[in-house]
Design a protein. Structure first.
Length: 381
């Protein structure tokens, strides 16, 4: 057993590690711009990811780790907007053959579903774009990480490992998350408030089967301008149930989410409450040591009580198909070298329920049926 009292200093040079990644994508759509002017003839090159991370252990039970991230995603994020993706001091206060537990202080990655904690690293993703019904790029920043404290516990079982993580902190809000909540980003000052997240995860037989359950209570506040709708609160409470079954040459993955959202304290029409539903099922086949094929169906409904969006269209005059999305995806990944990945994928989509936008006026120009083709080249070290 290792306790804090038994901690001892280690040579930094023995534990210091630096890794990084870079990805560049080309996105072509026949309608509905995604990450830049993708529906123009030449497509969009405005999807770039650059990351650099480092870690070291000043003590054998203390890890210091962080990552800088630069990301271009159309108008949502610019490459010169370099951010601290995560930065934690991880203190492991108990470790034995029966259990390990510890705490992370700082900016920690949210354990949201199966992919959120590594979503920006191309080699960890099964596709160029993760299932947008669960891993929204509209609300990527508050979903990605929070500033606060996170605790974890890991317990080996007879033929598996049980992991539990819980965190409390302030999520990071941006203009795109405000647009997602209110349809615009000029109403006032939008900021995250104390929020909570927890995940229980079980890995059976070395990862042959993975089961996970995630719950989050995400809170934010809008301090309104004098001309705005008044100050109020926004809350988001998703339940996510995750399943993955892995064999040597294939995998099946599925996640299902119920997403309750509520805004209160505002003037109309900014007060609302709804429960959305998201799910996908995904099959990946390893064709050889360096080739992998994927097929996936991904479904999003913004409001279970109005699945087709017809009530929303009647009430607001905006298209019903902005309230849902049905996405068939197929793709190939080729890894010719250990540090190099080439990916391509095709999406056939009905609806625009997860398409990022900067202003509600963009909605009127969106098309119900559209296709998207993506190519991406990635390098990591």
């Amino acid at each position: 057993m290792l306790l804090a009292a038994n901690a001892h200093a280690v040579e930094m040079s023995d534990t210091f590690q630096v890794h990084g990644f870079m990805s560049q994508a080309l996105i072509v759509t026949d309608h509905n711009d995604f990450f830049g002017p993708s529906s123009d003839g030449g497509g969009s090159l405005e999807y770039t990811e650059l990351g650099l991370n480092a870690s070291f252990r000043p003590l054998n039970n203390v890890l210091v780790a962080g990552q800088l991230l630069a990301r271009q995603a159309g108008d949502i994020q610019e490459l010169n907007d370099i951010e601290l993706d995560y930065g934690v001091i991880d203190y492991q206060f108990y470790s034995s053959s029966n259990m390990t537990s510890g705490v992370q202080l700082g900016r920690f990655k949210n354990p949201l579903g199966l992919y959120n904690q590594t979503r920006d690293i191309a080699i960890t993703r099964p596709s160029i774009l993760l299932p947008q019904s669960i891993y929204f790029d509209r609300t990527r920043k508050p979903a990605l990480s929070a500033d606060g404290v996170s605790g974890y516990l890991e317990k080996p079982l007879n033929n598996g490992v049980l992991r539990f993580q819980i965190g409390a902190g302030k999520p990071r809000m941006d203009s795109q998350s405000e647009v997602s909540a209110f349809g615009r980003d000029d109403l006032g000052s939008y900021s995250g408030k104390t929020s909570y997240i927890g995940q229980l995860r079980y890995e059976h037989d070395g990862g042959g089967m993975i089961l996970a359950m995630t719950y989050a209570n995400v809170n934010a506040r809008l301090d309104s301008k004098p001309s705005g709708p008044g100050s109020g609160r926004f809350s988001f409470q998703p339940w996510i149930f995750s399943f993955q079954y892995n064999r040597e040459s294939w995998s099946v993955t599925s996640e299902y989410a119920l997403r309750h959202v509520k805004s209160s304290g505002f003037s109309e029409p900014y007060n609302y409450e709804a429960t959305g539903e998201s799910w996908y099922i995904q099959f990946t086949r390893r064709l050889s040591a360096d080739w992998q094929w994927l097929v996936r169906y991904d479904s999003l409904v913004t409001n279970k009580a109005d699945r087709a969006g017809s009530d929303y269209e009647e009430r607001t005059g905006r298209p019903a198909y902005t309230r849902y999305a049905k996405d068939w995806t197929t793709g190939l990944q080729w890894q010719p070298y250990s540090r190099f990945l080439i990916s391509s994928e095709f999406h056939n989509i009905e609806g625009t329920g997860w398409v990022p936008f900067q202003d509600a006026s963009e909605i009127s120009s969106q098309e119900k049926y559209w296709n998207m083709l993506l190519f991406q080249v990635s390098y990591f070290f």
